[in-house]
Design a protein around this ligand. Structure first.
Ligand SMILES: [Fe+2]
Length: 262
């Protein structure tokens, strides 16, 4: 894949998003959120690619995966007014549908089409199979990490805005109550990934995002996560409780250990 082909995809992306410009102000905020997220995931991908020593050709492909991974979010929002897959449809599957309907990859070699489609299709699996026996494996791991890096940013930005200016779909409709669900806290405390279907309130969703430290693939991701201080900032928005603190401390020390820092 050539840089010029990636640029064409970028142009397509801009005009595709513009077709959602007829939504109401709340809808536009949510569309804009995913547009920004996409561009920032591309930037995260560039940082990961540089840190992990990808070739120029691999970097271009990885950026195409990043640009297309969430294109299904736009029709998902238009149709169901939510980014919650369980109340609508699997957004990775919807992304693939857009890629095919718009014939975006037609001019690429078959193996590159397959790689991009497969990485998009599998980017949101709860956990990956141990080893995917194809060159796609590395790209799936890259997009999963790049996506997480920006979702932490989106979520933290959300809390900094006054309520009236927040993109309503960020919190997935979870009520912002001063509690956590024991199953979510137990999972985090046990060093496991919190599952979305266990979450009932917004604090659970924060625990879930902290638990992503147990699902990172690359040293560069861990380094960027530490530099950007997302975990500590996210934890600071949780209720003060010794049990929560202990679970967060475990996640933080796991991140430091995995990063080779004591
Ligand atoms: Fe994403």
């Amino acid at each position: 894949m050539q840089i010029a082909e990636l640029q064409q995809l970028q142009e397509w992306f801009g005009s595709y998003v513009a077709t959602f410009g007829d939504l109401d102000p709340e809808g536009l905020r949510n569309i804009r959120l995913k547009q920004d997220h996409t561009q920032r995931v591309v930037a995260c991908m560039e940082a990961l690619a540089a840190g992990e020593g990808l070739t120029d050709a691999e970097t271009t492909l990885a950026c195409a995966v990043a640009l297309l991974h969430d294109v299904g979010r736009f029709p998902q929002y238009r149709r169901w007014r939510t980014f919650r897959d369980s109340e609508s449809d699997n957004h990775a599957r919807l992304s693939l549908e857009v890629i095919r309907d718009e014939a975006l990859l037609q001019r690429l070699p078959a193996e590159e089409q397959l790689l991009i489609e497969e990485a998009v299709r599998l980017h949101n699996l709860l956990t990956l199979p141990d080893r995917i026996s194809s060159p796609t494996d590395r790209f799936i791991r890259l997009i999963r990490d790049a996506d997480k890096l920006d979702i932490w940013r989106v979520f933290l930005d959300y809390f900094q805005l006054p309520e009236g200016e927040r993109a309503s779909a960020v919190g997935l409709g979870f009520p912002d109550l001063p509690e956590v669900t024991p199953a979510c806290l137990e999972a985090l405390a046990a060093g496991e990934i919190v599952r979305l279907e266990q979450a009932r309130v917004l604090n659970d969703f924060k625990l879930l995002q902290i638990s992503w430290v147990y699902d990172l693939n690359f040293t560069t991701t861990r380094r960027l996560l530490l530099e950007r201080d997302y975990l500590r900032r996210l934890a600071a928005t949780l209720p003060a409780s010794p049990l929560i603190q202990r679970a967060v401390d475990r996640a933080m020390s796991s991140l430091l250990t995995q990063s080779g820092q004591p």
